[in-house]
Design a protein around this ligand. Structure first.
Ligand SMILES: *Cc1c(COP(=O)(O)O)cnc(C)c1O
Length: 357
């Protein structure tokens, strides 16, 4: 049976990218060697790094005065590295869920953290807006898409201080005005690559403002000055990332990905709102295009395990909601085809027919 992969991360990648990667594992570029067994200091791998840099820049319209770093350690390592590099005295954070909280916890090791706004009062079901941003902050940190709760910023906010964003789960899903950010980072395993590589897009002037003496590997300048090759980079995940970027360009770039993502999200949210058995969990204007959360409607709560089994029997994978929210979460990342969303909608409609009184 065809599987519909709604996994939250690591998650679906384009089928043609997976096939290309499978081939490269056997024979990379006709070299007679596997991508798993080559040196990172070869011409062939240089080309992979160049492609990744060039296409990332082109697709997201990243200006020349930004460096793109490919690192290890996941977004979770960035939670402390951002603060280690840039938090001298005080930073502002917006608390929109689990990942923001983790970033706040790590930042506190390095200086004062002012939480400028939080949506914790309503279990993170909305994005706080209109909060004041003091001018004396070293930076402001936001999480643009809240993978667990299914909320997302739908515009790039204006900040009088350097704006730093965790875009782990919505990178390349929509056009972004990169110039508004001093730094954008994320784990690549949601929209770009298998687990193992982290991207960091850092404006050059930030690299001149590193506030303390740091271990070599923690200092962003190390990686900027060595084109992410100070030590062995995650070769295979970077290879797959470059292939994913080629795929994104081929299908029409970020504009087209955004169009597809809106189309998929509209389909699923419309069904959640229409179907009397289900309801959404977040404020409508802040609904995520990437992670679509829903629960059984009032009066139908006891049907949740049965719907889960039914969905599984129809090939749905990874739709169990995070334990902090419950219910269901369909992650609809870039590579998820519209057919998978249609299959889930059909599944919800069949379940409705079988259960409405
Ligand atoms: C998945 C995720 C993380 C954690 O990423 P790791 O690479 O596993 O450390 C952080 N932030 C957001 C928004 C995420 O979705």
């Amino acid at each position: 049976m065809k599987k519909h992969n709604f996994n939250a991360g690591p998650s679906i990648l384009p089928q043609e990218v997976i096939e290309k990667a499978a081939q490269a594992v056997l024979d990379f570029n006709g070299s007679g060697l596997s991508i798993l067994s080559i040196s990172h200091r070869t011409k062939d791998f240089d080309e992979v790094m160049d492609t990744a840099d060039k296409l990332f820049r082109e697709l997201l319209d990243i200006p020349e005065n930004y460096k793109i770093l490919f690192l290890g350690g996941g977004a979770s390592t960035q939670f402390f590295e951002v603060a280690a590099n840039f938090l001298g005295k005080k930073a502002g954070y917006v608390n929109t869920g689990v990942w923001s909280k983790k970033a706040i916890k790590e930042a506190k090791r390095y200086g004062e953290v002012e939480v400028l706004a939080t949506s914790e009062d309503k279990n993170f079901t909305y994005i706080p807006k209109g909060f004041a941003i003091p001018a004396d902050l070293d930076y402001l940190h936001i999480t643009t898409n809240n993978t667990i709760y299914g909320t997302e910023y739908h515009e790039d906010i204006d900040s009088p201080v350097p704006l730093i964003a965790d875009m782990s789960s919505d990178i390349l899903s929509r056009p972004v005005d990169v110039k508004k950010y001093a730094m954008i980072y994320g784990g690549a395993q949601k929209n770009l690559a298998p687990a193992g590589v982290t991207f960091a897009i850092v404006r050059d002037d930030m690299l001149e403002k590193i506030v303390r003496d740091l271990p070599t590997m923690v200092n962003y300048r190390t990686h900027a000055e060595n084109n992410s090759m100070f030590n062995t980079p995650p070769v295979f995940p970077i290879y797959v990332l470059a292939e994913t970027l080629k795929w994104a360009k081929k299908i029409g770039g970020v504009e087209e990905l955004y169009r597809r993502n809106v189309e998929k999200a509209d389909l699923l949210y419309a069904e959640i709102d229409r179907n009397p058995l289900f309801k959404g969990t977040t404020a409508k204007e802040d609904r995520s295009l990437m992670n679509i959360c829903f629960v059984m409607n009032d009066g139908y709560e006891e049907l949740a395990p049965e719907f889960m089994e039914f969905a599984k029997s129809k090939g749905m994978v990874g739709i169990k909601g995070h334990r902090l929210v419950g219910g269901f979460r369909a992650s609809c990342y870039n590579a998820l085809p519209k057919e998978s969303v249609e299959a889930l909608v059909t599944c919800m409609q069949e379940f409705e027919k079988a259960h409405t009184k």
